[in-house]
Design a protein around this ligand. Structure first.
Ligand code: FE2
Ligand code: FE2
Length: 305
């Protein structure tokens, strides 16, 4: 197989080469941190800017060879990503779609980016040689929230292009809108999580026992969190349910429905995205609700368990 290292060592300027290796190291570090394939991240980075800085003539030759879409033809800034991906596929025999897409979209981003795409996108913007206002903050953000970091980088690029009155590729706009949507979803989800914690904390104060919060968001469509707790008697579970409803109502969180009778030993209160079960110890043991959700994340008041 052709060596991409030989190619870039021979054809890239010293500055571009240093940038490329910077992106390689940053992409591999991020891949390790986020559980992606470090080798793929490094490989994608080696290829990503192989055509940055080519002549107009070479651009035209490559554009012709790979049937480059019209919208990229007079824009080397966009064309270099697409042409690099095509070269990886047709000259280096790389068929891994994830790898090709990471290189293809490293300049614009797009809606629904894979983890590898995000890693290359953000590594490109934050490698150690990058120096622009806000880059240090972006580096820190990339290490703990790659989606948010991509959103910031994407907004930065769009604003920059707009300030120069240059056109913004539709993929970049769609990428930004997609990250905003995710960000809003996370906010809603954080809010739901805090309701679940508030409910669990209140039950704890009221002496409910063995309280667990189960994150069922990945498994169920009807709610995000399920709380399971026990009381010592039918009377206590009735009181716990009533008091919890009153408590949450103070914050305008109104129970949609309560199922079961305290005499049955099991009350289920539906707060929408949070479902609270209060059971007598006997019923808790008999039904073992936790077992149904065994593959979900369990959290107690101290944190994850
Ligand atoms: Fe690039
Ligand atoms: Fe780059």
């Amino acid at each position: 197989m052709k060596s991409i290292i030989d190619y870039i060592e021979k054809n890239l300027s010293a500055e571009r080469l240093r940038h490329t290796y910077g992106v390689c190291d940053t992409a591999a570090e991020l891949a390790k941190q986020y559980g992606a394939d470090t080798e793929k991240a490094y490989t994608a980075a080696l290829f990503h800017d192989m055509y940055k800085g080519i002549s107009q003539e070479m651009l035209e030759t490559l554009a012709e060879r790979y049937g480059l879409e019209e919208r990229y033809k007079n824009n080397l800034n966009l064309a270099h990503s697409k042409l690099a991906a095509a070269t990886m596929e047709f000259e280096y025999g790389i068929t891994d779609k994830e790898l090709l897409d990471a290189v293809s979209y490293h300049t614009t981003g797009r809606a629904g980016m894979s983890l590898l795409e995000k890693i290359l996108y953000i590594a490109d913007a934050t490698e150690p040689g990058r120096d622009y206002p806000g880059v240090e903050g972006l580096r820190m953000l990339a290490r703990h929230d790659i989606d948010k970091a991509c959103l910031v980088a994407c907004e930065h690029t769009i604003k920059y292009l707009e300030s120069l009155h240059r056109s913004v590729d539709p993929d970049s706009i769609e990428a930004r809108d997609d990250f905003i949507k995710k960000e809003n979803y996370m906010k809603v989800n954080e809010n739901t999580k805090s309701i679940a914690f508030a409910a669990a904390k209140f039950l704890d104060e009221k002496k409910a026992e063995d309280i667990v919060i189960i994150d069922i968001s990945g498994r169920a469509a009807f709610a995000d969190y399920m709380i399971v707790s026990s009381g010592n008697s039918e009377r206590q579970i009735g009181n716990l349910a009533d008091d919890l409803k009153d408590k949450l109502a103070e914050s305008d969180i109104i129970a949609k429905n309560t199922e079961g009778e305290k005499s049955s030993g099991w009350l289920l209160i539906d707060f929408g995205d949070v479902i609270v079960n209060v059971l007598t110890k006997e019923m808790r043991q008999r039904y073992n609700i936790e077992k149904v959700w065994g593959d979900c994340k369990f959290i107690d008041l101290e944190g994850e368990i």
